[in-house]
Design a binder for this molecule. Structure first.
Ligand code: GAR
Length: 211
């Protein structure tokens, strides 16, 4: 089983979904570390309750020096002999330093159907643009923010009655379904990257069943 670290900044509901999936002994990844850049992240308490090692690398201790912050994160990951990194609501922009160090071994979940709505406030922007389908994307992390080969997507309908909060809740539910599946594909070696594309993730069927 691939030793996997989850990086969080907040409540950690995606972290919880990954931990639950990895409790099954035949799941190809085990969650051996949860690391946060915020000491007060709610997800840290949850992880500790579940008996998972936790670490804090506070970005505020690194006085605006992103690379020094990332060197500290990298050192903790190495200490724990981590094979794979899953970003789950980790709200720091990464520099090429950490991205290159973990190329092909670091994945992220983004609350939109990439390449639409990179960045923040994705649900507000989806409503403003009037899209009828919205969703979430799990992708490999590359040097460009919210870019990198797409591993899996899940789509949801946008309803006339939606507010950013109701839409966020519908998307979050899909996040909790696709992230464990995508991590499993990566950890088992089933997801294969060829150029910008990832094959082997069974993506279209997953999306259909999630609508
Ligand atoms: C999730 O919706 C995740 O997709 C998003 O933050 C939320 C974290 O929730 N990530 C980003 O916006 C990354 N830029 P969680 O802490 O409950 O998993």
């Amino acid at each position: 089983r691939k030793k996997t670290a989850i990086l969080i900044s907040g409540r950690g509901s995606n972290m919880g979904a990954l931990i639950s999936a990895a409790m099954s002994p035949d799941y190809p990844a085990e969650i051996t570390l949860v690391l946060s850049n915020r000491p007060d992240a709610k997800g840290l308490e949850r992880a500790a309750e579940l008996g998972i090692a936790t670490a804090v690398v506070d970005h505020k201790d690194h006085a605006g020096d992103r690379e020094a912050f990332e060197k500290s994160v990298d050192a903790v990951l190495k200490d724990h002999k981590i094979d794979l990194v899953a970003l789950a609501g980790f709200m720091r922009i990464l520099t090429p330093y950490l991205v290159n160090a973990w190329a092909g071994r670091m994945i992220n979940i983004h609350p939109a159907l990439l390449p639409s709505f990179k960045g923040l406030a994705t649900h507000e922007r989806a409503l403003q643009e009037g899209v009828k389908l919205h969703g979430a994307t799990v992708h490999y992390v590359s040097a460009e923010m919210d870019d990198g080969p797409i591993i899996m997507q899940g789509a949801v309908p946008v309803l006339d009655s939606d507010t950013p909060d109701t839409l966020a809740a519908r998307v979050l539910n899909v996040e909790h379904q696709i992230y464990p599946k995508a991590l499993s594909m990566v950890a088992s070696g089933k997801a294969k990257v060829s150029g910008a594309r990832v094959t082997g993730s069974g993506n279209s069927n997953e999306t259909e069943t999630l609508i």
